[in-house]
Ligand binder design. Structure first.
Ligand SMILES: CC(C)(COP(=O)(O)OP(=O)(O)OC[C@H]1O[C@@H](n2cnc3c(N)ncnc32)[C@H](O)[C@@H]1OP(=O)(O)O)[C@@H](O)C(=O)NCCC(=O)NCCS
Length: 159
């Protein structure tokens, strides 16, 4: 299930952020600030489900956050800033569902395209975005702290 993130999701999102992005991760404080509604246009979504390792349990299990996405939807400019899925839950369509919802929200705000940056060495993310209709717009050399180039991708959003 995809739903807007709530303040209580902060620790789970911050943990996924650290696991997915390592030294590029947002600080916990930044994650909590975004969830607190203090950043204009910030939209956080979470994907919840039964984690793989508990799916065979005979006991009832609580659903948990298995992925999240953060976007900046400010006026008609839409940027996908983060999307990450727990390693055990990948290749099951979770990120696709999150992205679809971000695109819907962006269209509702009259955005005509969705922009993002991805590390050029992030093969999984590059393949994901290519499969979801993004195309390369630009490259930013030495964009990341370790000197890696960022690829700027865009996807047109039909109204
Ligand atoms: C990139 C990421 C978000 C994809 O999440 P996901 O839930 O596994 O993606 P989906 O299951 O919706 O994948 C949809 C399609 O994207 C492509 N794709 C996703 N991961 C891929 C991989 N590792 N290798 C090749 N193609 C991949 C495939 O076409 C896939 O369809 P398929 O499984 O039918 O082949 C996930 O790998 C992740 O969290 N990575 C770490 C964080 C990150 O790098 N985020 C992006 C930063 S810009």
């Amino acid at each position: 299930m995809i739903r807007p993130a709530e303040a209580d999701d902060g620790p789970a999102i911050a943990a996924l952020e650290r696991a997915a992005f390592g030294s590029d991760a947002w600080s916990d404080a930044l994650v909590f600030e975004g969830l607190g509604g203090q950043i204009p246009g910030a939209l956080y979504l979470v994907a919840t489900g039964d984690p793989v390792e508990r799916r065979s349990s005979v006991e009832p299990v609580e659903t948990t956050v298995v992925g999240y996405a953060a976007a900046s939807l400010f006026a008609d400019v839409a940027e996908l800033q983060r999307i990450a899925v727990a390693p055990t839950e990948r290749r099951a369509g979770v990120a696709s569902a999150l992205l679809e919802r971000i695109e819907e929200e962006a269209r509702l705000r009259y955005s005509e395209r969705l922009l993002l940056e991805v590390r050029e060495d992030n093969a999984a993310a590059c393949a994901f975005y290519a499969a979801r209709g993004f195309r390369e717009l630009d490259r930013r050399p030495r964009y990341y702290a370790d000197g890696t180039t960022a690829v700027v991708l865009a996807k047109d959003l039909p109204s």
